[in-house]
Design a protein around this ligand. Structure first.
Ligand SMILES: CC(C)(COP(=O)(O)OP(=O)(O)OC[C@H]1O[C@@H](n2cnc3c(N)ncnc32)[C@H](O)[C@@H]1OP(=O)(O)O)[C@@H](O)C(=O)NCCC(=O)NCCS
Length: 258
């Protein structure tokens, strides 16, 4: 019989090892961020890498009850009191290209822009302009840029890039995102790098695959969603969320249906 293979956890009656590390040692000496890094990247992070991943997790955990993931979770918690886990799942289900998942497409965009600049022996700024022009012609939005609330600057980005620069971990990922930011300002309009764009740049520089852009956001946001669901349970009666809705359909139809 063929076996089902995994290289993450080896668990038996007298041992639990995560990527070869005894979980009891990890419980004594590692942080949760170390574990997230180890689970997804096969080694324990350096102190500087831990700081950066921690900063991403803190910056992504919650953006207010109105963010799609938090709002959906609270609505589900409001209507279905029996299943907090369903409310958490409802929040996670809103995460995609437009909300929280743009990090993955941004990581793919960074890799493609870098590869194109090297292949064509063209400066990064020039390649970034081509990429932006093509996105504009195709009427597509560049993942990792723009924000509904932080229309000019997302303050979390400077913190993340500052930490990456200080620790010497900022590399091609940050350079490409900055080049795209300049090209977007020149060719479209000034748009802020958003948290997904910033985490994408850093995760590229830490050697993670594109999928990690969305996965790390999901890990962080579940902490925020969980608090939102708890607050809904503790503070509100069921079915108390009222969203202003305006009907703009056809007026009442006379005569019934024949
Ligand atoms: C986040 C987002 C939905 C905000 O959209 P918004 O509130 O409509 O943005 P603004 O009002 O500032 O700007 C609208 C115009 O700016 C331009 N624009 C905004 N974001 C853009 C982007 N990422 N790439 C290219 N052009 C963009 C477009 O010309 C847009 O006009 P359109 O609606 O006619 O297409 C949008 O910027 C976006 O889709 N970004 C990419 C996805 C992303 O990174 N999501 C994570 C968000 S944290």
């Amino acid at each position: 019989m063929e076996t089902w293979r995994t290289a993450i956890v080896d668990a038996g009656p007298d041992h639990i090892r995560v990527r070869g590390h005894d979980v009891l040692d990890l419980m004594r000496g590692a942080t949760f961020t170390d574990l997230i890094f180890l689970l997804h990247h096969q080694r324990v992070p350096t102190a500087a890498e831990r700081r950066l991943i921690d900063a991403i997790l803190v910056g992504s955990a919650d953006h207010g009850a109105g963010a799609p993931s938090c709002a959906a979770a609270r609505l589900a918690a409001s209507g279905n009191r029996q299943s907090p886990s369903a409310a958490i799942a409802a929040g996670v289900l809103t995460i995609g290209d437009e909300h929280g998942g743009a990090g993955s497409s941004c990581m793919a965009l960074i890799a493609a822009t870098l590869e194109r600049s090297r292949r064509d022996e063209r400066a990064l700024d020039e390649t970034a302009r081509l990429v932006v022009d093509e996105a504009r012609a195709a009427k597509t939005r560049l993942p990792g840029f723009g924000h509904r609330v932080h229309a000019t600057i997302d303050p979390r980005v400077d913190v993340l890039f500052g930490l990456a620069e200080e620790s010497g971990l900022a590399g091609d990922g940050v350079r490409v995102v900055r080049a795209l930011e300049r090209a977007i300002a020149e060719r479209i309009k000034p748009l802020p790098i958003n948290i997904d764009g910033a985490l994408a740049a850093i995760l590229v520089d830490l050697g993670f695959p594109p999928l990690m852009g969305m996965l790390l956001f999901v890990i962080a946001r579940v902490a925020g969603i969980s608090a939102e669901v708890l607050e809904e349970h503790l503070r509100e009666k069921p079915m108390r969320i009222r969203i202003p809705v305006e009907y703009d359909g056809v007026p009442p139809v006379d005569g019934g249906v024949s």
